[in-house]
Design a protein around this ligand. Structure first.
Ligand SMILES: [Zn+2]
Length: 256
């Protein structure tokens, strides 16, 4: 997405968020939930799950945390009453069940959003935690890498991703990594291509962590943070010369 569009999007969201100051609030150590008529039981489960993911995602990625989400630095979760008010406030498309503004640590959703607590919440928190680590406006972070790390928090959902990709390769429907890296937005893709995009993005991150280990993945993210260039980070961490060698290694691993 172009910068002007992102700024416009944030402007719209903040306009809508500030217009909703009548929200009720519920707080935990690292989160504030804003809501109107969502069931109290849902808000309680939401805070419990969010606190659990706060620890587990950082551990899962091997990150050490320097920036604690305490007091005024807590993440904010807006729970709208229904899909309609969520979409009005977030300007998200009809299929969206949740949205995130990583640099403001804001997540938006609604109670009836399917699988929000088990999949969308850890996914959106994954975006925030990853971006805090590698930098919010880092040009080295491609969309597939950002979505791959976030989707890595939904492992159960992607348990069949590798088998799915092997079929894509056989059927010639695989999106090569150069093309995958050219996507800055998924707005123009149909739902089939979006599924392929997410499965492949997840699979690459899963491959890097399984094949080379968590410590190397942390080093990769540190190199990405310091050099702001994906090819440099791949070369310095894994001795892979750019995304073409990454693709070769990843496909070799999938075909074993
Ligand atoms: Zn995402």
């Amino acid at each position: 997405m172009r910068r002007s569009l992102i700024l416009f999007f944030i402007f719209i969201c903040f306009n809508n968020l500030s217009a909703s100051e009548h929200f009720k609030e519920s707080r935990s150590t690292h989160f504030i939930v804003f809501y109107n008529n969502a069931p109290e039981g849902f808000i309680k489960s939401l805070l419990e799950k969010a606190e659990f993911y706060y620890e587990s995602i950082t551990e899962d990625l091997g990150f050490r945390r320097f920036n604690f989400w305490l007091w005024d630095n807590r993440a904010k979760i807006y729970i709208y009453d229904d899909a309609n008010s969520y979409r009005l406030a977030s300007s998200q498309p009809a299929w969206s069940g949740g949205a995130v503004m990583p640099n403001h640590k804001i997540i938006q959703s609604f109670p009836a959003s399917k699988d929000f607590l088990d999949t969308i919440l850890p996914h959106e928190m994954g975006h925030i935690i990853f971006r805090e680590f590698v930098g919010f406006n880092n040009p080295g972070v491609t969309l597939w890498l950002d979505e791959g790390v976030a989707s890595y928090q939904e492992k159960r959902r992607y348990s069949q991703a590798d088998a799915f990709i092997r079929r894509l390769i056989d059927q010639d429907s695989f999106i090569n990594l150069r093309k995958l890296s050219s996507y800055h937005s998924l707005a123009s893709l149909d739902s089939g291509s979006i599924d392929i995009f997410y499965a492949q993005s997840y699979s690459i991150v899963d491959f890097l962590i399984k094949m080379f280990g968590r410590e190397k993945f942390v080093l990769f993210c540190q190199n990405l943070r310091d050099y702001r260039n994906l090819d440099d980070a791949l070369r310095l961490t894994y001795s892979l010369q750019g995304i073409s060698q990454l693709e070769k290694a990843w496909i070799g691993y999938l075909k074993k």
